[in-house]
Ligand binder design. Structure first.
Ligand code: AN7
Length: 416
């Protein structure tokens, strides 16, 4: 019922073939279904009665054997109405889809539950990825659950501490590469071609994208079978925005929603090849050789899914924007302080992008908008601590605390 298909030349590959790039033209692959067949299968299924989660959509996933599913209970994250933030920005209807609520604290778990399940189905014993942090944390956890050997390549010194601690405690072989993410990805792509027994779980693996498309499905289901007008997504390697768009398009094709959202990608100013291509109307990207941003998760100069992302943004009549580190950090603080949502810097770029697009008059204030926040704030505690007011240290005395809380004047404290 499903095939792997090249996004450029349309070459088809069997669903159980281990292939990451088209053998004819070298482009990346996506999974395509016979939607007539899928529609029939869905009519026989009681998927709507399953709880909101990635595996509620099992019938939409290219998995043959449900007994092999490797799950830590991913998906089913909150779609939080953000009334206070909306009011602050003069917007009518704003939601945050908070992916930090996943088992390892990021959206990557949606893709890994499907990708690692596929690895188990295929009978592979060892998995690998390159990562700016979250992919490595997620893969390490799912590999542990499945009993697979796992190696992760991360850039030296530029990965947030929470993520590093996760990859380490889950028992992955953690390899720090003296270089950036793009260099590490290049190595694992070549390595997995050369050593066919090592299964690659970066987002060129189309099974990852299948899991992540559930983010789009969930948003529709949480909005009572309606698509929002706009979805704003942080963009790094560009798998997620492509996956979410695939989810919306499939729900639309299957007749579950009438409309489609404008996909809006946000990149950090120092790592923004996709936003540049959108702004200049280019059909291709110019990779950034030395990407730099405080949002280390999206510190990526040569996004592997760039073509899928440009398609998603253009097909949906969306847009792309860049945000500075300062804008990212101030959006992170604002979201925490007006909505009680603590997200990591890369995730806050969707909020920073929203603010910028509203200020520039590029978003209609009546739109129904969903910002995706991709990872939990505790992934990067150092940045949060650096960004916030320092704690006040006092003697263990009531009067000192009354003073700090403004309940007593300094004189009285001293006099006592
Ligand atoms: C919090 O972990 O690429 O555009 O190696 O961790 O699908 O790459 C992380 C990406 C956004 C960008 N927000 O998503 C990795 C990695 C967070 C992220 C992105 C990432 P893509």
């Amino acid at each position: 019922m499903a095939n792997q298909v090249c996004i450029n030349c349309g070459s088809k590959y069997e669903i159980d073939e281990i292939v990451y790039f088209c053998r004819k033209c070298g482009d990346i692959l996506e999974i395509k279904y016979d939607y007539g067949e899928l529609s029939k299968a869905l009519k026989r299924s009681d998927w709507r009665n399953a709880p909101l989660s990635v595996w509620r959509y099992r019938d939409f996933m290219p998995i043959n054997d449900p007994t092999k599913i490797v799950s830590l209970n991913e998906g089913g994250t909150g779609l939080h109405p953000c009334m206070r933030l909306a009011k602050h920005l003069g917007l009518r209807e704003l939601y945050v889809k908070n992916e930090g609520e996943n088992p390892t604290g990021s959206f990557k778990d949606r893709g890994m539950t499907v990708g690692v399940t596929k690895a188990v189905e295929l009978g592979v014993k060892s998995v690998i990825c390159a990562s700016t942090g979250n992919t490595s944390a997620s893969l390490a956890a799912y590999a542990a659950k499945a009993g697979l050997q796992c190696a992760v390549l991360i850039p030296t010194g530029k990965i947030a501490y929470g993520k590093l601690s996760q990859a380490m405690i889950y028992g992955a072989k953690v390899i720090q590469v003296r270089g950036n993410f793009d260099q590490a990805l290049d190595i694992v792509l070549k390595l997995s071609e050369k050593h066919r027994t090592i299964y690659l779980l970066n987002s060129v693996n189309p099974f990852r994208i299948e899991g992540q498309k559930s983010l789009g499905y969930e948003i529709c289901d949480q909005l009572n079978q309606q698509a929002p007008d706009r979805v704003i997504v942080p963009v790094g390697n560009a798998g997620n925005i492509s996956a979410i768009w695939k989810g919306f398009k499939e729900f639309h094709e299957l007749g579950f929603v009438k409309g489609l959202p404008k996909m809006t990608g946000i990149q950090a100013a120092g790592a923004a090849p996709i936003a540049q291509a959108i702004k200049t109307g280019s059909d291709t990207i110019v990779p950034v050789a030395a990407p730099e941003t405080v949002a280390t998760a999206i510190r990526i100069g040569a996004p592997v899914s760039w073509k899928k992302a440009l398609n998603a943004i253009r097909e949906s009549k969306g847009t792309a924007e860049t945000v500075t580190d300062e804008e990212i950090l101030s959006a992170q603080k604002l979201l925490a302080r007006v909505e009680g949502l603590f997200v990591e810097p890369a995730s806050a770029s969707s909020i920073a992008g929203l603010i910028k697009l509203v200020e520039n008059g590029l978003i209609d204030k009546d739109e129904r908008i969903v910002c995706v926040t991709t990872g939990h704030g505790l992934k990067d505690p150092d940045t949060a601590v650096k960004m916030s007011e320092k704690p006040v240290e006092v003697d263990a005395e009531m009067a000192a605390i009354e003073y700090v809380l403004g309940l007593k004047r300094a004189m009285e404290v001293v006099a006592r």
